[in-house]
Ligand binder design. Sequence first.
Ligand SMILES: Nc1ncnc2c1ncn2[C@@H]1O[C@H](COP(=O)(O)OP(=O)(O)OP(=O)(O)O)[C@@H](O)[C@H]1O
Length: 258
Amino acid sequence: MLIETTGLTKAFGGLTAVDDVDVGIEEGKITAIIGPNGAGKSTLFNVISGFHSSTNGKITFNGEDITKKKAFNIAKLGIARTFQTTNLFEQATVMDNVVIGHRLRTKSGVFDALLQTPRLKREERACREKAEEVLTFVGLQKESDRLVSDISQEAKKRAAFAVALATDPKIVFLDEPAAGVNPEETGGLVALMRKMVNNGLTVCLIEHKMQMIMELADHIVVLNQGKKIAEGTPEEIQNNDTVIQAYLGGGEEAADAH
Ligand SMILES: Nc1ncnc2c1ncn2[C@@H]1O[C@H](COP(=O)(O)OP(=O)(O)OP(=O)(O)O)[C@@H](O)[C@H]1O
């Protein structure tokens, strides 16, 4: 397993958002985390990527214990993520957004910037080249000089993927990659996620669009009220009584999650 959690728990005061969860994310595969609203999916992402500290349990990456590492160091190991609401700079170009993402990987400090050292110039060039490469990969090469505020929702999702990919990750965590995108446009995002995996990446995503998940995922983990209630192939999950019960019993939003 590329990432493995054992007994992972995150409590916010009296509320246990992630409750004793064991999850394995297999290298080179697409793993989906599903579950009704408030099930703990985003919290699980936040704890694995170091944005929140865990209350209990262990997280390993390639066998290495990363439980106590901070977000920045986890990112440097090759674990990237996107957010539910794409946190792009709307008034900057697509290219500049990606270049900023790539700076995480480079070494120039404030002195290099002040002195305009050769290292800084070299790194700036490398950043732009990397940004061009990932923008081409996600199909945004023609949009690279446009302001983020001027591109479509689907293109913003692609740009968020590009920002994540610019850090040369081994695994990307995508939080609702198709949220807010027209049903006709989700096909392109599905193809892009498959392309990532075909290029050696591992993908883990949270998504409410069930049809899309059933087509896309190799492995599905189902959370409900912080607990893992099932995992398996799309077919196994579709036929799992506990899962069906959780969704039907989860109120309007859950029943609406198609
Ligand atoms: N920073 C926080 N402080 C306090 N409670 C939180 C915090 N983040 C999440 N929670 C709570 O933890 C529970 C799980 O939330 P989480 O956002 O992880 O669920 P989710 O499965 O991602 O839901 P959704 O599908 O609606 O995004 C919810 O009850 C939520 O209110």
